[in-house]
Design a protein around this ligand. Structure first.
Ligand code: ZN
Length: 237
C-alpha cells in the first residue's frame, strides 16, 4: 500500500472536495488500489473498499485512530483510541469478483458503493438496507425478488460472513452511565476528514513559505515534512 505524499494528497483533496461522500470513497479507493480498473471500484465489495481506505489511512496518518462517538443513552461524548489493525478481519482482498453466497435458495452478493449510491436519497435507514439487499439478490430472469421478512436477518448474517469488513463495528462502554453499546467507524468519512485537515494545513504552509522565500507551490510541496517544519520554525522565529 502506498502512502499519500503532500502533492498527491492535495490533488485528491481538490478532486474530492465537491463530490458526494460515496464518490470520495471511490476516488480514494481507486488511488489506493491502482491494480483495480477505475470503473470496477464502484462494484467492489464494501469490505474491500473499507480495507483499502483504512490501509491507506494507516500508511499516511499512522495506525492509531482517535475518534469520538456519542453515548446512545446519556449523550456523553466518548473519546475513542482505536488501532486500525484490530478493526479489520483478515480477508483476501485481491479477488475483485463480487463475493456471493446462497441463502434460502437465493444467490446474494456483497453490497458495493454503487448499491449505497442507488439508495442514498432514501431517508428511512431500514428501508434503505432492505432495498440494498434486494439489489444484491440475483434474479436469474425472474421478476423482482421480494425479500421475505424472516429472511432479512439470515441474509445480513450471510453477507457479514463473506464480507466481514463491510461494517467496522466495535464495542463501546460509556464511562459516565456504564451503557454498553456498539459503534461503527466509517473509514471513508474518517480518511476524508483527515485529508481535508491535512490539505488545509499544507496550503497554509505553502502560503507562509512561498511568501517568505519566493518558492513555488511545487517547490514547497517537494520538501520533506521535516524540512518544511524546520523552515516554518525559522519563518516563525
Ligand atoms: Zn452514557
Amino acid at each position: 500500500m502506498r502512502r499519500l505524499e503532500a502533492s498527491d494528497l492535495l490533488a485528491l483533496w481538490e478532486r474530492g472536495a465537491p463530490r458526494h461522500a460515496l464518490d470520495r470513497s471511490a476516488l480514494l479507493c481507486a488511488w489506493a488500489r491502482p491494480d483495480v480498473p477505475a470503473d470496477a471500484v464502484a462494484d467492489l465489495p464494501l469490505g474491500t473498499v473499507t480495507a483499502a481506505l483504512l490501509r491507506l489511512r494507516t500508511e499516511t496518518f499512522g495506525a492509531r485512530i482517535r475518534a469520538h462517538v456519542d453515548c446512545e443513552r446519556c449523550g456523553e461524548r466518548l473519546e475513542l483510541n482505536l488501532a486500525a489493525g484490530e478493526l479489520l478481519q483478515p480477508v483476501d482482498d485481491d479477488a475483485v469478483a463480487p463475493r456471493e453466497i446462497e441463502v434460502g435458495g437465493l444467490r446474494v452478493r456483497a453490497p458495493s458503493l454503487r448499491d449505497l449510491a442507488a439508495v442514498s436519497r432514501e431517508r428511512d435507514a431500514e428501508h434503505a438496507a432492505r432495498l440494498i439487499l434486494e439489489r444484491c439478490m440475483r434474479h436469474d430472469g425472474r421478476a423482482d425478488v421480494v425479500l421475505p421478512e424472516a429472511g432479512l436477518r439470515q441474509v445480513e448474517d450471510a453477507l457479514e460472513a463473506i464480507d466481514p469488513n463491510a461494517d467496522l463495528a466495535f464495542d463501546v462502554r460509556c464511562a459516565v452511565c456504564g451503557h454498553e453499546g456498539c459503534a461503527q467507524l466509517d473509514a471513508g468519512e474518517l480518511l476524508w476528514d483527515e485529508i481535508d485537515a491535512r490539505a488545509r494545513a499544507l496550503l497554509g504552509e505553502v502560503h507562509l513559505l512561498a511568501r517568505a522565500y519566493g518558492w513555488t507551490e511545487g517547490e514547497v510541496l517537494g520538501l520533506s515534512g521535516a524540512r518544511r517544519a524546520a523552515y516554518l520554525a525559522m519563518v516563525a522565529a
